[in-house]
Design a protein around this ligand. Sequence first.
Ligand code: NAD
Ligand code: TYD
Length: 347
Amino acid sequence: MHILITGGAGFIGSHVVRHFITAYPQYTVTNLDDLTYAGNLENLRDVEGSSNYRFVKGDITERDAMLSLFETERFDRVIHLAAESHVDRSIASPTEFVMTNVIGTVNLLNAARSLWKESFSGKLFYHVSTDEVYGALGSEGAFTEETPYDPHSPYSASKASSDHFVRAYHDTYGLPVVISNCSNNYGSYQFPEKLIPLFINNIRHNKPLPVYGKGENVRDWLWVVDHARAIDVICHNGKPGETYNIGGQNEWRNIELIRLLCGIMDRKLGRAEGESEKLITYVTDRAGHDFRYAIDSSKLQEELGWSPSLQFEEGLEKTVDWYLDNQDWLDHVTSGEYQRYYEKMYG
Ligand code: NAD
Ligand code: TYD
């Protein structure tokens, strides 16, 4: 089996690549990534020498390059993660999100359809999406696979659009597709623009912690390794045409999560209790900030037998340990040094 993983040099993609090349040594895994600011081959340093792994630098917005890559490599399955993924960046430059998330996805769908035109048997186009497509919840309830789409940010609107195209290719052309919509991930190798690694890095440097609004928004956090495990289960046992929600049943109000994180950091850095909390600074709220996300993942749990493996307090502590043990990684990412790694390795 030859699997294409797109966006494999990013945060979640690197965990998915690591998971597949170690769990399935009999598969060939090709990681296609354009190494944008969020793509970092240092995320895969521990596995890049594996004999069943290869990296291809390429841009999914380039239609002809995608058609010829698929024609040459003859992938059996695609797990598509490549995307622009940060809400704040989508507010600043929405068009890039349309290009990568919508046009890029359609290019891959066309390339898969063209390659697999003789027979769809054994083939799968797996599109990795987000719970943000469902919009915002009030204080009650959770998103199910039937919740109507109601995206509010340019990021979630672009992901919603790509989901619709994936379903349209299934309904119109019979392309075997599956979609999963996951809640917020946390763990190692996350680019420090997202809440948890940004705040770990700022606490390390005694810099302010910018809390949007009153810090009352709620997110449902899942350990990234559990997301990779869910993707494995869905890739192998998911039913074509279906959608699966993935989440940790682990809701946290931002400010409570930040206080927990500050407490862990105080302990790990040998600071007095309450020291890191002094860095909390309330700033203007994000425009269109969704109030609450919560995922009902009972379909995935009951039909495919997946469940999260880790409690959040334990996972957050492990995550802090990883960033403190890998401060070189954080320094490379924040200084831009990581962008030279490609030249050094593949130049
Ligand atoms: P990320 O930003 O860390 O990584 C994205 C990767 O895609 C990077 O390696 C980047 O170089 C690559 N990429 C971007 N544009 C490309 C292009 N034009 N061609 C080829 N490669 C390109 O993102 P992430 O947090 O790992 O998210 C991965 C996927 O999972 C995304 O589709 C995202 O919508 C989805 N998702 C993320 C979360 C989360 O909490 N981070 C939750 C649910 C779903
Ligand atoms: P983020 O990690 O950007 O993920 P998403 O917006 O996709 O949920 O943000 C998580 C939550 O933390 C979200 O409610 C916005 C908030 N937040 C801050 O308060 N300050 C920050 O500097 C960042 C990056 C996020």
